[in-house]
Design a protein around this ligand. Structure first.
Ligand code: FA5
Ligand code: MG
Length: 460
């Protein structure tokens, strides 16, 4: 029986058992070469999990880690931050902060960044790729009009350094400051971003995005100016399923004329179609696919609090639709408020008399397609057999260097009885599956491919 005074389960009345299925990846990229070593590592991991003094403490220790609770500071990239009850950053995440894969010229994510950047003329789009990942909640959420009760702000979805500071969850966190300070009409921001999420072959809690944006002066000629700029874009040869520029469910903004909204949406869409054609053309070549069938893409209406109208772009690849990016016409409120938190909290300078578009594209899943990498976690490998396969500016197909069959383990343990919710809504003590994912990742690292809740039961 656990006798720790801070153990949550002692105070709780009803109990729930969760049987969790762990898929241990016997791994491509793993350094120990023999099956025996792999199995030994798995068993050691399982026994570490099951030999904990009190399995109920899993949750309590995750919600308020002992080490972090006792210390009131956390060090991230050589800088100390005050911690509080919102702090939920685990050690594996701290380890990834310094990796900066998008800056490595021989890494697939870095190579892809360069390929995309090359599509955007340097004199029109300033590049930013070293903005630090620790940002304020003002930058990550408030500057973009993301409301206080948005599920993405909850502790179960976002890594909090403390109540006011997070690891950026998207590159849009830098939109406002960059709109203010950028010397060219457009910019590209590439960066590592962090989200608490489930673990599988295409999800990793750290990944990379590239943000792009373009602004025009807002005056009576804007629509015509944008139309002229569309005519200068390189022509693309794709099969495109489009949606109307705007309609009631995906409206233009008050103040924008129909012509302005349509012109900006078209400039945005044609620009991004060019990027996709380039990337997937290279992916086909690298994979030796010489079919002359045209690539299919489709635009879908979307919603983001900081753009309107908003869209997502998907590409049809290997038999399924793959989501690539979110984008839209920048909300005037974002531009008006841009810079308020940086100049002075009392002063809002804003970006006046400008209109434009923005997009955010995920780099990791695209790099998986481009380089034929089957698992997103391979990007974090430090194994030379992975890293040595790639060279700057070159798109090559990944060659698997070691493969073992998957191995499943079932683990049952007790947790606090509180609801198992999809999103915690910002509550500090609400249980969430992501907490368990984090726990397993902290113990087992990248050896664990997938953790799944198989059966919740309260009959034990
Ligand atoms: C955003 O992050 C918005 N900031 C995008 C945006 C920017 C919209 C500017 C409007 C204007 P979303 O959460 O959908 O949106 O992520 C954008 C892209 O990042 C996705 O399309 C996907 O390619 C990638 N992405 C999202 N989550 C993950 C993940 N867990 N792992 C890998 N890639 C991801
Ligand atoms: Mg999305």
């Amino acid at each position: 029986m656990c006798n720790q005074t801070n153990c949550l389960w002692i105070r709780s009345r009803a109990w729930l058992t969760i049987i969790t299925k762990i898929l241990l990846l016997l791994a491509v990229g793993q350094t120990s070469p023999t099956m025996a070593a792999v199995v030994r590592r798995q068993l050691a991991f399982i026994s570490r999990i099951s030999s904990r003094q009190c399995s109920r403490c899993f949750y309590s220790s995750l919600a308020a880690p002992q080490s972090q609770k006792q210390q009131d500071e956390i060090t991230l990239l050589d800088q100390s931050y005050r911690t509080d009850e919102w702090t939920n950053i685990s050690n594996p995440i701290i380890d990834t902060l310094s990796r900066k894969l998008h800056l490595q010229p021989s890494h697939p994510v870095g190579i892809l960044r360069k390929i995309i950047e090359a599509r955007f003329p340097e004199n029109q789009y300033t590049r930013y790729s070293e903005l630090p990942p620790v940002v304020t909640t003002q930058q990550n959420f408030d500057s973009l009009g993301i409301p206080a009760d948005h599920p993405g702000r909850s502790r179960t979805d976002t890594y909090y350094v403390n109540a006011n500071t997070v690891l950026r969850t998207h590159t849009s966190a830098h939109q406002a400051e960059t709109f203010r300070s950028c010397p060219t009409p457009g910019f590209l921001i590439s960066a590592d971003v962090y989200r608490r999420d489930s673990i599988d072959k295409s999800h990793y809690p750290s990944f990379h995005q590239m943000e792009g944006a373009m602004l025009w002066n807002w005056d009576k000629d804007t629509a015509q100016t944008v139309e002229n700029d569309i005519a200068k874009l390189p022509k693309v040869d794709l099969v495109v399923e489009d949606v109307p520029a705007f309609h009631d469910q995906n409206p233009k903004q008050q103040g924008h004329t129909d012509e302005e909204s349509i012109a900006m949406s078209n400039h945005l869409k044609r620009t991004l179609e060019g990027v996709v054609e380039e990337i997937f053309g290279r992916a086909r070549l690298a994979a030796g696919n010489i079919s002359d069938e045209k690539l299919r893409v489709r635009w879908i209406d979307a919603y983001f609090p900081f753009t309107s109208p908003s869209y997502e772009l998907e590409v049809f690849w290997e038999g399924q639709w793959l989501e690539l990016l979110g984008c839209g016409v920048v909300a005037q409120s974002v531009l008006e408020n841009a810079g308020s938190s940086f100049a002075s909290s009392m002063l809002t300078i804003g970006v006046r008399n400008k209109v434009g578009w923005a997009f955010g594209i995920g780099l990791d899943r695209l790099a998986m397609v481009l380089f034929g990498v089957p698992d997103i976690r391979l990007f974090w490998s430090r194994d030379e057999r992975f890293l040595k396969q790639f060279s700057p500016g070159k798109v090559s197909q990944f060659k698997p260097f070691s493969k073992y069959p998957d191995c499943y383990k079932d683990v049952a343990f007790w947790v606090n009885d509180s609801k198992i919710s999809a999103a915690g809504g910002g509550q500090v003590s609400t249980f969430h599956e992501n907490d368990i994912m984090e726990l397993f990742r902290e113990e087992g690292g990248d050896l664990i491919e997938d953790v799944r809740l198989v059966s919740p039961s309260d009959h034990i």
